[in-house]
Design a protein around this ligand. Structure first.
Ligand code: ADQ
Length: 469
């Protein structure tokens, strides 16, 4: 890694949580990947404090200072639950829910981005030597622009963790011009895939004709240049491989194997979000059990759904719909005296348990209707490859991960419920040696392009700007 400037990460949330033992660093991939960088160059993380009173400025194991952004409850409602999650999220995920267009929500989004800009500009001005500021995700699309106004010479990188939609969809937003201007104030704008990057370039061409586009370099009317890059996010592959083989994972797996003995185990692991295709997946499972009565009693589908965004109406409705559907399928296909076919866990599970489920699964169902990347797919193949597994990855064509993974997963169109159900059935009959070989190749893809590589690519792009092209 080249010598770096200090790093300021700006994200909606701080990478810490408060538990019984006080504040601890979160275990997410981004935090893990940034640790070595932060230890080397120092820096800060700026995020909303989630209305906690006393976020510490340092936490053990995180080599950066924490700076909390304070937002009133009303602004959080409008900015986070509202504009970010009810306007941008559905619009950027191909209108899987109807985006709310509401000027009050937009005003809150402006206010929140301003609050982030105030704190970030102050921390950046106090950082010597001059830092790289790395802004994360759709909550903060305006922030690069607000920072550029305050700090014209700042080095700013931006990364979008969700898809970037085609121009026809961006055009529906009354604030499309301001949002694109906000992003274009960064030196580099990053996406998971070249498809999302190309959607961005085409959107700029449509909405901002005075911006010149040459390949992946955009030149603003004042001559400033921006580079649009595609860098797929990933996981800490070595860390997951170690977790897969840990004693605790082995112990969890032994319990699960006893419990699910004699059954084909299909698995789903998702935040409970309508983009993840859980309802379509359940419909495919229902068709499979309907078509193949011989599988009843020899088949289990485990859906682990982590609660998400329950302040938003669409998410509360989804929970009810999923729970109704699980109940209906179990009502239809449970044999008296036997276990139910669908096990539904509405909770986050600890890492070791998650790894044990990944090892247990015969077929991992990653079938989002739209997803920026999907890290669950990468976690599954890494755990399986590290333990010489023969599990099958059933992967949607509509997530970023499918581009890197090529034809080694069983690829599905989750909107085609019957087709997906038939693919589920065929996954049970794939040749064992073929399954092993596929998992090994998929594991190698993730090892090669892990989250450390993603961080390096992103920071290089932010530091070099358009000169790096
Ligand atoms: P998410 O939509 O949250 O992320 P994803 O990439 O799948 O989706 O990451 C989910 C993470 O949560 C995984 O690390 C997974 O292990 C964990 N998780 C999910 N369910 C869990 C459960 N029940 N218990 C414990 N852990 C659970 C957004 C975008 C994605 C993009 C990421 C990163 O929507 O497309 O891949 O950001 O950029």
């Amino acid at each position: 890694m080249s010598a770096r400037r200090p790093l300021i990460v700006v994200a909606n949330r701080l990478p810490v949580s408060q538990g019984d033992d006080g504040w601890t660093a979160s275990a997410g991939g981004l935090v893990t990947a940034l640790r070595p960088v932060m230890d080397e160059v120092g820096g800060a993380w700026i995020g909303w404090d989630d209305n906690a009173n006393s976020v510490p400025t340092r936490v053990d194991g995180l080599g950066c200072d924490l700076h909390a952004v304070k937002l009133s409850r009303a602004v959080v409602r409008g900015y986070y639950h509202g504009f970010a999650n009810r306007t941008l999220w559905p619009l950027f995920h191909d209108l899987l829910a109807r985006p709310v267009i509401d000027r009050d929500l937009w005003d809150s989004y402006l206010t929140a981005n301003e609050a982030f800009a105030e704190v970030t500009a102050k921390v950046a001005a106090d950082t010597d030597p001059a830092p790289t500021i790395w802004v994360q995700d759709y909550h903060l699309l305006l922030l690069p622009g607000m920072l550029r106004d305050r700090l014209p010479d700042a080095r700013i990188g931006f990364f979008l963790h969700i898809p970037f939609p085609p121009p026809e969809l961006i055009a529906r937003l009354p604030w499309r011009d301001q949002l694109l201007s906000g992003m274009l104030a960064a030196d580099s704008v990053g996406f998971h895939t070249s498809r999302f990057r190309d959607n961005f370039l085409r959107s700029v061409a449509r909405v901002k004709p005075d911006v010149q586009i040459d390949g992946d370099v955009l030149t603003m009317p004042d001559g400033r240049q921006v580079r649009a890059v595609a860098h797929p996010i990933s996981i800490d592959a070595a860390g997951f491989a170690e977790l897969a083989r840990s004693e605790q994972t082995e112990a969890e797996l032994a319990d699960l194997r006893t419990q699910f003995q004699g059954r084909h185990v299909f698995l789903g692991v998702d935040r409970l979000d309508y983009t993840k295709g859980i309802r379509h997946r359940l419909d495919s499972i229902e068709q499979l059990l309907d078509r193949r009565p011989d599988l009843r009693g020899r088949f289990t589908f485990v859906q682990i759904a982590v609660p998400s965004r329950d302040d938003v109406k669409e998410y509360r409705q989804l929970r009810t719909q999923v729970e109704t559907e699980v109940g209906r399928i179990n009502g239809l296909f449970t044999e008296p005296g036997q276990d139910v076919p669908v096990h539904y866990l509405f909770r986050a599970v600890p890492r070791e348990a998650l790894a044990a489920y990944y090892r247990l699964a015969d077929v991992m169902c990653v079938t989002p209707l739209k997803d920026g990347m999907n890290l669950v797919a990468k976690e599954f193949v890494t755990v399986q490859a590290a333990t010489d597994g023969d599990g099958v990855l059933l992967l949607s064509e509509f997530c970023g991960a499918e581009i890197e993974f090529g034809n080694d997963p069983v690829r599905c169109n989750p909107f085609d419920v019957e087709g997906t159900s038939l693919l589920m059935e065929s996954a049970l009959h794939l040749d064992l040696a073929d399954r092993r070989a596929r998992i090994q190749r998929l594991g190698a893809v993730v090892r090669e392009q892990d989250v450390y590589r993603w961080v390096t690519d992103q920071l290089d792009a932010a530091e070099q700007g358009p000169e790096g092209s």
